[in-house]
Design a protein around this ligand. Structure first.
Ligand code: HPA
Length: 273
């Protein structure tokens, strides 16, 4: 049976055989946030379906390709279409592309996502720089045999989101006149949105926003010694007393509106890293 490290190495070999690049920054684009792609001086695009062992995304709004290219002088790789635990992948599979990025040379990961706001001061369309996360309501991707080649059995999680990158992100947002909030991202498995009682509980437990992605990718990135910057677009509010109906269409629409700001911020960050 092919082991996980072997699968990752085979995926990396395939990518290297069709694209002679060494990306240093990896970018994961969340739901409705793919317009960042237009900013890339593209070198090579590889559909996930072509890469050996690469899990394939099925959700609407996620196109499923790795894009290699440049922003300014920086070599980047962008995951356009992320994998979600709720699609049926194991938590470790969700994080597979992050390990592929690591072996390609990526040291810094920029992640975006759509999230529900539970901080009562948040509005739809707000951007929230993620300062920390709560992963206990989703599944840890490191469960199982530790892959020593990537990192230690019990990785420290005291600073999953780099303070230095948060500082840079805030400075760049200020220069670009983009208002940003900060807060704690609370990870859930989905795919159902939360009940009113769950949104309330998430707030009580210390979450500012809640979402169905990001956590697995970040844990694996930290395990592998990468630096992470994460940002959420608040696409819906989970704390409304009335009309608490939430749809995926509404999430995609709100994310799409915020996409130009996230794109500008990521572009600035890539240049500043
Ligand atoms: N809950 C969970 N995930 C989400 C939400 C939400 O309200 N909005 C966007 N992703």
């Amino acid at each position: 049976m092919t082991t996980i490290p072997e699968k990752i190495r085979e995926a990396v070999s395939y990518i290297k055989s069709c694209c002679n690049t060494s990306p240093e920054i990896g970018i994961v684009l969340g739901s409705g946030l793919s317009n960042f792609i237009a900013e890339i001086e593209e070198e090579k695009t590889i559909p996930y379906t072509h890469i050996p062992h690469f899990p394939v995304s099925t959700v609407k709004g996620h196109s499923g390709k790795l894009i290699f290219g440049r922003i300014g002088t920086k070599n980047i790789v962008v995951m356009a279409g992320r994998l979600h635990f709720y699609e049926g992948y194991a938590a470790g599979e969700v994080a597979f592309p992050i390990r592929v990025m690591k072996l390609l040379g990526v040291h810094t990961l920029l992640i975006s996502n759509a999230a529900g706001g539970v901080n009562p001061s948040f509005n739809v369309g707000d951007l929230m720089i993620i300062t920390d996360h709560i992963s206990l309501a989703t599944v840890n991707p490191l469960i199982g045999k530790n892959e020593d080649a990537f990192g230690t059995r019990f990785p420290d999680m005291s600073e999953p989101y780099s303070k230095e990158l948060i500082g840079k992100g805030k400075t760049i947002a200020g220069e670009l006149n983009i208002p940003v909030k900060e807060g704690v991202y609370f990870g859930v498995t989905g795919p159902s949105f939360e009940t009113r009682a769950e949104y309330k509980m998430i707030r009580i437990l210390g979450g500012d926003a809640v979402g169905m992605s990001t956590i697995q990718e970040v844990i694996v990135a930290i395990h592998a010694g990468m630096q992470v910057f994460g940002i959420s677009v608040i696409t819906d509010l989970g704390i409304r007393a009335e009309n608490n109906l939430i749809t995926h269409e509404e999430v995609l629409q709100a994310a799409g509106k915020a996409a130009p700001e996230i794109t500008a911020l990521f572009k600035g960050l890539v240049k500043a890293i």
